[in-house]
Design a protein around this ligand. Structure first.
Ligand code: XMP
Length: 319
C-alpha cells in the first residue's frame, strides 16, 4: 500500500512526463477535487498552470475571496478570478424549471470558461479533478446501467469544445485518498474535509426563479448554519448541510404588526455514498441557535424549518 507522500511523488512525476513544458489550464471551483488537483499541478509544474475561477453569483458567502486567498495569495498559484454574476443571473431570470436552471448554469459556465481560456496563449492541456468514482459513474451511465437522474455539469462538456488534451491526475484515486494527498500537499483540513457543493450551487437551493436578493439572503442563512455547526462541533458529523430558500411568504409578528416574509429550510444529512441518506439528528439547542440567529440577523426571513426527510424518497437537494 502506498503512503500519501508516495502517491504525491508518483503523480508529480507522471504529470511532468506527460505535459513537459506545456501550459495547463484548470477550472478551479473551490471543491475538494479541483483544489487538490490545483495544489498537485502547482507542485509539479508551477507557473505552467493557470486556474480559472468562475464566480457565478451562486456561491457560498465569501467563497471567491477564500479561494483567492488560499491559492493566489498563500500558494502563489496563477488564478484568474472571473466575476460573472450578472451574466448568470440575467440568464436565469424567469426560469423556474430545475433541470432548465442546471442546463443554463452549466452552459454559461462553459461559455465563460471558454472565453477566459481564449485569453491565455499556447495552452495545450486541460486539467480536470476527475476521481475514480466519476470515471465509474460516467462509464455506467454510458452503458445504460445507471439512470442519470440529474445532469451534473462538472464532469465532461469542456474538452469537446476546447480541443485540449486532458490531464486528470486524480483519475485513479478514491475520495479518501484525494483528501489524504490534499493534506500531504499542505491544504488545510477544513478545505480537504468540506462538504460537497453542487456545481449549480445556490441555483438549486433557491426554489424556482433565482433572484439576487434571494441568493443574498440564502448566503447569509447558509453561513450562519455552517458557522454554528462548526461551533457545536457537528459539521464533521454530518455529510452535507445547507440552507434552502423558499420563495413563499409566511406570517411573523414584529411588535403589533403582522409581517409576511420568506422561509428558510435547513437540511443536514448523514450518508456514506450520497445514494441513500438519513436526516441528521442535530441537537435542538443547535437548531434553536441557528433559527433565532437567522430570523434576527437576516431582514426578510421570518421562519426557519428543519427538513426531516430521508433519501429515498426525498433527495438531498430540494431541486
Ligand atoms: P441528490 O439531491 O440527488 O444529491 O440526493 C446527491 C448529491 O449530489 C449533489 N448534486 C449535484 N452535484 N451538480 C452537482 O455537481 C448537480 O446538479 C447536483 N445535484 C445534486 C448533491 O449536493 C448531493 O451531494
Amino acid at each position: 500500500l502506498w503512503t500519501p507522500a508516495e502517491i504525491v511523488e508518483d503523480a508529480i512525476q507522471q504529470i511532468r512526463d506527460k505535459v513537459g513544458s506545456d501550459k495547463v489550464l484548470l477550472g478551479l471551483s473551490g471543491g475538494v477535487d479541483s483544489s487538490v488537483t490545483a495544489a498537485l499541478l502547482h507542485r509539479a509544474i508551477g507557473d505552467q498552470l493557470t486556474c480559472v475561477f468562475v464566480d457565478n453569483g451562486l456561491l457560498r458567502l465569501n467563497e471567491g475571496k477564500q479561494v483567492m486567498d488560499m491559492f493566489a495569495r498563500n500558494m502563489g498559484v496563477n488564478v484568474i478570478h472571473h466575476n460573472a454574476e450578472d451574466r448568470f443571473l440575467s440568464r436565469l431570470e424567469g426560469v423556474q424549471d430545475p433541470e432548465e436552471k442546471r442546463r443554463l448554469i452549466g452552459n454559461t459556465f462553459i461559455e465563460v470558461f471558454d472565453e477566459e481560456a481564449a485569453t491565455i496563449t499556447d495552452v495545450d492541456w486541460l486539467a480536470q479533478g476527475t476521481i475514480y468514482p466519476d470515471v465509474v459513474e460516467s462509464a455506467q451511465s454510458r452503458s445504460g446501467k445507471a439512470t442519470v437522474i440529474k445532469s451534473h455539469h462538472n464532469v465532461g462538456g469542456l474538452p469537446e469544445t476546447m480541443k485540449l488534451k486532458l490531464v486528470e491526475p486524480l483519475r485513479e484515486l478514491f475520495k479518501d485518498e484525494v483528501r489524504k494527498i490534499g493534506l500531504e500537499l499542505g491544504l488545510p483540513y477544513d478545505m480537504v474535509y468540506r462538504h460537497p457543493f453542487p456545481g449549480p450551487g445556490l441555483g438549486v437551493r433557491i426554489l424556482g426563479e433565482v433572484r439576487k436578493n434571494y441568493a443574498d439572503m440564502l448566503r447569509e442563512a447558509d453561513a450562519i448554519f455552517l458557522e454554528e455547526l462548526h461551533r457545536y462541533d457537528w459539521y464533521h458529523h454530518t455529510s452535507q448541510a445547507f440552507a434552502v430558500f423558499l420563495p413563499v411568504k409566511s406570517v411573523g409578528v414584529v411588535g403589533d404588526a403582522r409581517r409576511y416574509e420568506y422561509v428558510i429550510a435547513l437540511r443536514a444529512v448523514e450518508t456514506l455514498d450520497f445514494m441513500t441518506a438519513r436526516w441528521a439528528h442535530l441537537p435542538y439547542e443547535l437548531l434553536e441557535t441557528v433559527s433565532s440567529r437567522i430570523i434576527n440577523e437576516i431582514p426578510g426571513i421570518s421562519r426557519v424549518t428543519y427538513d426531516v426527510s430521508s433519501k429515498p424518497p426525498a433527495t438531498i437537494e430540494w431541486e
